[in-house]
Structures are given as C-alpha cells and as structure tokens.
Design a protein around this ligand. Structure first.
Ligand code: NAI
Length: 330
C-alpha cells in the first residue's frame, strides 16, 4: 500500500475544519487509495483545544479506512513536522471596531510564525494553501517568512469564487455546473475579484453565446459572486464553511492531477509578471498543471472591460502589501 501523505490543518476546531477534516479523511484530496496523516493545529487556548479533542473523537468514530493517524497540537513546530500539504485555515476574524490594519497586524504575526515553522519543520516537498482571510496577503506574509521554500509551492484560495461563478452562469444558462469551464477568477479573494465571464465556456463555446444578457453579466453576475460570502452570512448567520472546505478539497485535487484538456482552474499564486501583474503579488490567475508543475495560462484575451477590473483588484492587493510592509511583516 502507498505511504501516507501528511496534511496539516490550522484552525482545525473551527467551522471550516469541521467540514474539511472529514473530507480529507475520506479521500477527497488524493483519492480512494491514498492514506493520510492529519496534523491538526489550534490556538493555545483551553476552549479551542478542548473543541479539537472532540473533533478528534469524532474522526476516531468514523473509523476511516484511509486515515492513518491524527495528531492534535497547539505547537506549530510540532504541527508542521513532516507535512506535505499545509492548509492554513485558522485566522482571526475582524471583530467589532477593529480596523483593517489591526486585522492585518494580528494575522500578520500568525502567518509570519507559521511560515517560519513550515520552513523549519515541513517535508522538503511541502505545498501550502492559505484559506484564512485575507488569504492572498496572509499567504504573501507566510511565503516571505519562508524564503528557502520555492515560491511555486504557495497558493491562496479563490476556488470557492470560481465554483460560485460556475454555478451562477450554469443557472442563468439552464445547464449543469459541469458544463461551465475555463472560469477565471482574477486577483484578490475579496469584493474586488473579477470573475471573467468573457473567457468562460459553456459546453465548450463562449459563455456569452448562451447568455446574451450582457447587462446581467457585467452587473449582477459579477456582484453576486463578489458578495456571495456576505449573502451566506446574512442567510445562515454564519460564514460559508462547508462550501469553503469543499473548495479547499477541489484546489488540492486540481493541483495534484493533470488539468483536463483545454480547461483551467483558478488559484492565487506568486505573480511572475504575467498579464502585467506586479511580480511577487499573490494574484489569482488561470492555472494549468500536469499534476506537479503548474503554469499560468498565457494569452487569455483581456479586453478593456476586463483590464479595468483586473487593475482594480491588483491595486487592492498592492495596498494590502504596502500595509503589511509598513507593519514590517514582509
Ligand atoms: P472559525 O472562526 O470557525 O475557525 C477558525 C479557527 O481558527 C478557530 O477554531 C480558531 O481557534 C483557530 N485559530 C485562530 N488563530 C489560530 C492560530 N494562530 N493557529 C491555529 N488556529 C487558529 O472560522 P472559519 O469559518 O473556519 O473560517 C476560517 C477562515 O477561513 C476565516 O479567516 C475565513 O474568513 C476564511 N474563509 C476563506 C474563504 C476563502 O474562500 N478563501 C472562504 C470562507 C472562509
């Protein structure tokens, strides 16, 4: 049988953790014949660790055939030891009266420490996916705190946005979501992200062939995807968790298997200057992979409308980077 793959998850006792861990343990990342070790990291806080103990009890109670071991801890050096994949989910949410700068500062410290601990303890092939918000900039901070780990191992999650965009287009066109491909999310996982309907396809043809309502595409479609997180909070009283966990599974799945012919997926990676995006920013692009090496898909047409949207989300990421630079975090 195969050697287990070791996956660390931070914020393991949180909402997303509660969906994510059970999916990982049942094979959602690497398939039905690949055993996994889970290293579950929480804050050094009695309530958080007690909650994590309960989650571990439930993992035991599933008797998952693929789950080789579970190791709960609040020590990050211990938590990241030998990990092949680090899923950084835990972060501190913006509280009442908290300024954006305070949030960046608190989370900045978390992600510097985690970056260093990953560099020191993880397996030599470690790959890191940041989910905790602001995920692009948290990822930028962690990556810059772990300079010996190649920049192509760092990812921030925009797959939930991609999946949301696909569902919206599918519903409008009256097709199943699987008919929608080539869905790019450009930029930041935030309200400035740009879901690119111009290059999306429905049943292999431009989405704009099936959806002639340009006003809807340029207005409500984009804003629905951008503001979906807030709409979920409004409806559920809690932020998206199961769908976020699902997107995290989809991201790892897509990065570890060859991308289907002529399709692509979206994930934020360290910009190499493609599409004129400033080098070094964690920016969501159309990505293809052979299952190990990935590349930014080149020559996706960007018209004037798209260019303006891409510029706006790039500007926001530059501002976030300037703020964390000023705080001395990178
Ligand atoms: P939650 O508040 O339910 O859970 C977060 C957990 O992280 C808590 O158990 C907390 O104790 C833990 N935590 C905080 N600081 C930590 C640290 N330094 N080390 C280890 N654990 C730590 O939050 P939820 O709903 O699970 O969401 C987690 C994050 O994911 C949030 O930042 C949220 O904004 C983000 N998110 C990102 C999405 C994306 O598409 N990129 C989608 C949805 C949520």
């Amino acid at each position: 049988s195969k050697a287990p793959i070791t996956v660390a998850v931070t914020g393991a006792a949180g909402q997303i953790g509660y969906s994510l861990l059970f999916r990982i343990a049942s094979g959602a990342l690497f398939g039905a014949d690949q055993p996994v070790n889970l290293r579950l990291i929480e804050r050094n806080d009695e309530k958080a660790m007690k909650g994590l103990t309960g989650v571990c009890m439930e993992l035991d109670d599933c008797a998952f055939p693929l789950l080789n071991s579970v190791h709960p801890t609040c020590d990050i050096d211990d938590g990241f030891t030998g990990v092949n994949w680090a899923l950084l989910v835990g972060s501190v949410p913006r509280g009442p009266g908290m300024e954006r700068k305070d949030l960046l500062s608190i989370n900045g410290k978390i992600f510097t420490g985690q970056g260093q601990a990953i560099e020191k303890n993880a397996a030599s092939d470690v790959r890191v996916l940041v989910v905790g918000n602001p995920c692009n900039t948290n990822c930028l901070i962690a990556m810059n705190s772990a300079k010996s780990i190649p920049t192509d191992r760092w990812f921030a999650m925009t797959r939930l946005d991609e999946n949301r965009a696909k569902s919206q287009l599918a519903a409008k066109a009256g097709v199943h979501s699987t008919a929608v491909t080539n869905m790019t999310i450009w930029g930041n996982h935030s309200a400035t992200q740009y879901p690119d309907f111009f290059n999306a396809k429905i049943n292999g043809k431009p989405a704009t062939d099936s959806i002639s309502d340009t006003e809807w595409l340029q207005g409500p479609f984009i804003s629905t995807v951008q503001k979906r997180g807030a709409a979920i909070i409004e409806a559920r009283g809690l932020s998206s968790a199961a769908s976020a966990a699902n997107a995290a599974c989809d991201t790892v799945y897509s990065l570890t298997r060859p991308t289907p012919a002529s399709d692509w997926t979206s994930v934020a990676v360290c910009s190499d200057g493609s599409y004129g995006i400033e080098k070094g920013l964690m920016f969501s692009f159309p990505i293809r992979t052979d299952g190990s090496k990935w590349e930014i898909v080149q020559d996706v047409p960007v018209n004037e409308f798209s260019q303006a949207k891409i510029k706006a989300t790039e500007d926001e990421l530059k501002e976030e980077r300037a703020a964390v630079t000023e705080l001395g975090l990178i």
